[in-house]
Design a protein around this ligand. Structure first.
Ligand SMILES: NC(=O)c1ccc[n+]([C@@H]2O[C@H](COP(=O)([O-])OP(=O)(O)OC[C@H]3O[C@@H](n4cnc5c(N)ncnc54)[C@H](O)[C@@H]3O)[C@@H](O)[C@H]2O)c1
Length: 416
């Protein structure tokens, strides 16, 4: 079988991980990297040597437009692991040649831009993939099949707790981290829509009851957004979403915390509670007292996602793991969370402390009592505003409020 031909836009940041993965898959004869680009390819001379570009015959460009103009006939797909604000224009350029894209997540966090991307994608020979890491996990797909079969009874609700400590330098690693708007364009980079957006997307996947590859539809949202770090956007999210099916999901996510990174997806059903931690335990606790542990296999997210996408492009499977349309619920939920909160409140300074990790030589901000605030919200619906973090609650908003997004994001950015 001929290798599937790919071009990668970008060489630094996460694009470097795509290059490592594609180089390994090329050794196995699965793919062939035809071309790559970066605005300053010379800055990646040593990486190009280690990726053996010359021996592999990879053509290098300093512009993605010239790369696509010259190489589009030699490509089956284009990987786009670049800043969020560039995804739409790069996807537009690829699809103008009929090429589908492996778009890094999130495709965009602007609901209007997403709709334009969905339309543009119809020009491609195959659907583009959005690289949410964990939909292809075999243990996840098997558990969702059981959920859909009715084994656990109807879904009553769900929660996501995700705490990923990030040092202050994390937000300075590029020009778009933690930004709401850049040059008038809505970006909304945050732990909710981007860094831990995988887990939010997973929750919407569990609760999309219309079929295996279905995501829940959002009916109404309330949210409180906060920040401890000196950034434009929020680093801490408390979000409640009513789904079209009538059940409610609660999300608590923060980058302003200490200790190990944790994430726990919980789905509450009539007969059992499912707890799924990526890379950790998967457990079904039955209401009758039985408990079931499911083992998850070691999982290389990028490799599995490229492999699965190649299978789709070879018509061995019917669809990519996540399409642009499938990303709608996450984008809508993220946008409504910003609209509902209206403002991003600073977390009260007296409970934010600075911690120095001497081993890592990095500084973290940590919020005293975060675990309790998260538990109170997820288990009992008690908002941080009741603990005095802010005076007013978030308003209840619905998809009909989406047109307010640009004004709200601009007001949030200028309020800082
Ligand atoms: N799936 C995951 O687990 C995961 C992990 C990290 C990042 N990401 C995603 O990957 C994407 C990139 O994130 P990042 O932190 O690496 O961003 P980044 O700002 O470091 O940019 C990555 C690369 O994009 C390229 N680039 C930038 N501007 C370009 C241009 N005009 N033309 C061509 N190339 C250009 C550069 O080579 C740059 O090094 C984001 O969507 C992010 O959310 C995904």
């Amino acid at each position: 079988m001929q290798p599937v031909r790919v071009g990668i836009i970008g060489m630094g940041g996460f694009a470097g991980s795509h290059h490592n993965t594609i180089a390994r898959l090329e050794e196995r004869g699965v793919v062939k990297l035809a071309c790559a680009c970066d605005p300053n390819p010379v800055a990646f001379t040593s990486e190009q040597l280690s990726w053996r570009f010359a021996q592999r015959g990879v053509k290098v460009f300093d512009s993605y437009r010239s790369m696509l103009a010259e190489c589009h006939g030699d490509l089956d797909y284009v990987a786009v692991p670049t800043p969020i604000g560039l995804h739409a224009e790069m996807h537009e350029a690829a699809t103008s040649y009929g090429l589908p894209a492996y778009l890094e997540k999130p495709p965009t966090l602007d609901f209007q831009e997403l709709e334009r991307m969905i339309v543009a994608d119809r020009r491609a020979k195959c659907s583009s993939l959005v690289g949410f890491n964990f939909i292809v996990e075999k243990s996840r797909l098997a558990l969702k099949e059981r959920l859909l079969s009715g084994e656990f009874g109807a879904i009553r609700g769900g929660t996501l707790a995700a705490l990923w400590p990030r040092p202050s330098g994390y937000f300075a690693r590029n020009g778009w981290s933690g930004r709401l708007i850049i040059d008038g364009k809505v970006i909304l980079d945050s732990c909710f829509g981007n860094t831990m957006g995988h887990f939010v997307h997973n929750m919407l996947f569990w609760t999309g009851t219309g079929g295996l590859y279905q995501w829940a539809q959002i009916a109404a949202v309330r949210a409180e957004l906060y920040r401890a770090h000196a950034i434009e956007g929020a680093d801490t999210f408390f979000v409640e979403a009513d789904l079209a099916t009538g059940c409610t999901l609660r999300f608590a996510l923060s980058l302003a915390c200490a200790g190990a990174s944790t994430s726990s997806e919980t789905v509450i059903c009539e007969k059992a509670i499912l707890r799924y931690s990526v890379g950790g335990q998967i457990e079904v606790s039955w209401k009758d007292g039985r408990s079931e542990r499911i083992s998850s296999c070691p999982f290389d997210a990028l490799e599995e996602n490229h492999l699965e996408y190649v299978r789709y492009l070879r018509r061995e499977i019917a669809r990519p793991a996540t399409t642009l349309e499938d990303s709608r619920p996450l984008v809508v939920l993220n946008d409504l969370a910003h609209i509902s909160s209206g403002r991003i409140h600073p977390i009260p300074a007296d409970i934010v402390s600075s911690l120095r990790d001497e081993k890592e030589q990095k500084d973290y901000l940590s919020v005293t009592g975060m675990a309790k605030i998260v538990d109170n919200f997820l288990s009992r619906g008690i908002w941080p505003s009741y603990a005095g973090w802010r005076r007013e609650n978030g308003e209840v908003v619905t998809p009909s409020d989406l047109p307010r997004l640009h004004n709200v994001a601009s007001a949030m950015a200028s309020a800082r």
